[in-house]
Design a protein around this ligand. Structure first.
Ligand code: SF4
Ligand code: SF4
Length: 413
């Protein structure tokens, strides 16, 4: 019997949307290190300064609890997304998938057929492509630690630190080997996130689905299997290796469009037939509430931080001594951090914790001026009466109006 000859309508495909998502995520990862806000990187870990620049906020190492809160929020968010949308991250956004797609795209452009094509030229071009991509990704990762402008200046002038070179080469080698040897095996066998997802997916999770009622329309063309990067036959039901990429859905839609029929495969929230309503279950609602609550706590914690911080430590290099007038001189180091986005001047004062009596400070405790996000180490001497008892001293950081911004306590034995 001949196929119907009436014109067919082009089916709506998901592939262009998936590619847009992948390009968007890739550009974002590549460009974020180049942007600055309030004079600092948008997102960067500064190891020498022990600081994290995070979208206009400068977090010092002592504020790492905020980073931990943020990591917890990311984990909860990931759990929630995985529980609701399954492996959508893997198929639509994950850099590993994007790199593998790029490697496969380039091999197709070269007309290179793995296992069958032994052309040395094509193999060499392909491996050069992997290497260039690996170097770009490795450099991109480093830009989250070293500003890209500084990275290129140091690279051009040959002043790059050997540790940076080691990281660059090591990460590039791992990515090169991943592209040359592992690729999709990472998603099906090694990726811990992929393994983890299998425990989170339940009967309400978004997945590619071919309802049994539709199987009668299947023409056994095998297009859905041929396009599947994970080598899955979706007709056999949900499989944990499926990365929700939607290629099988597109393939089936294209095949069936030629017969003026809708595709058989669709995204659906589980197999219960409840659709989006399936999402309203205790597990998802509890996790959504926890994620929301943690987001509020984090925003509150970040924006309610004092505008400056003070850390005090007795000097480890200069011993305290008794002066001619009988008082004791103790040497201190202090670290002041201006967390605000404007220039600020500070003063440090000291008081006895027990009775709030003022104590004398000599050195640099006055007229401390710092730019936005600036840090400064200050050395000064605390003069205290010699006493048998242990002395508790409060150091207070004041702004130029005399308001208290931060304090720290020290003990003089
Ligand atoms: S079964 Fe479909 S959605 Fe799942 S990985 Fe294969 S092509 Fe992608
Ligand atoms: S692409 Fe569609 S019609 Fe072809 S085998 Fe797969 S499910 Fe059946």
């Amino acid at each position: 019997m001949s196929e119907p000859s009436c014109p067919t309508r082009a089916p709506a495909l998901l592939s262009p949307w998936r590619r847009r998502c992948q390009w968007g995520a890739t550009l974002l990862l590549l460009l974020i290190p180049w942007f600055r806000i309030k004079g600092d990187s948008l997102l960067r870990v500064d190891i020498p300064e022990l600081s994290l620049y995070f979208f206009g906020q400068t977090l010092r190492i002592e504020e790492l609890y905020l980073v931990l809160l943020f990591s917890l929020l990311l984990t909860l968010g990931f759990l929630l997304i995985t529980m609701v949308l399954g492996r959508v991250w893997c198929g639509w956004l994950c850099p590993q998938t994007t790199l593998t797609d790029l490697a496969e795209w380039f091999a197709r452009r070269l007309k290179f057929k793995p296992g069958r094509d032994n052309s040395l030229f094509k193999k060499s071009v392909l491996h050069c492509f992997y290497l260039l991509l690996a170097l770009l990704v490795s450099a991109n990762l480093l830009w989250y630690f070293i500003e890209p402008q500084v990275f290129f200046i140091k690279l051009a002038s040959g002043q790059m630190h050997y540790a940076t070179w080691i990281c660059l080469v090591l990460v590039a080698t791992i990515i090169y080997l991943d592209m040359a040897l592992i690729r999709r095996l990472m998603c099906s066998e090694f990726c811990p996130y992929g393994r983890f997802q299998t425990t989170l997916a339940d009967e309400t999770t978004l997945a590619l689905h071919l309802p049994e009622s539709e199987l009668v329309r299947c023409i056994e063309c095998n297009s859905c299997v041929q396009v599947c990067p994970m080598e899955i036959d979706i007709r056999c039901g949900y499989q944990v290796e499926c990365i929700n990429c939607g290629r099988c859905l597109d393939a089936c839609r294209q095949v069936m469009a030629k017969r003026n029929q809708p595709g058989l495969i669709s995204y659906s929230f589980g197999t219960s037939g409840k659709g989006v309503k399936a999402l309203f279950n205790v597990r998802t609602l509890l996790l959504s509430m926890a994620t929301l609550a943690l987001s509020v706590i984090l925003v509150f914690a970040v924006y309610q931080r004092p505008e400056a911080s003070l850390k005090i430590s007795v000097s480890h290099t200069v011993a305290s001594r008794v002066l001619q007038d009988g008082s004791r001189a103790t040497f201190f180091n202090a670290w002041v951090n201006n967390r605000s986005n404007k220039n600020a001047s500070y003063e440090i004062i000291a008081r006895q914790a027990a009775n709030a009596n003022p104590l004398t400070l000599k050195g640099q405790p006055n007229g401390i001026t710092l730019g936005p996000g600036g840090n400064l180490r200050i050395d000064f001497v605390l003069i205290t009466p010699v006493s048998e008892a242990r002395l508790e001293v409060d150091f207070i950081l004041l702004d130029q109006t005399g308001s208290e911004l931060a304090n720290a306590r020290a003990y003089i034995d």
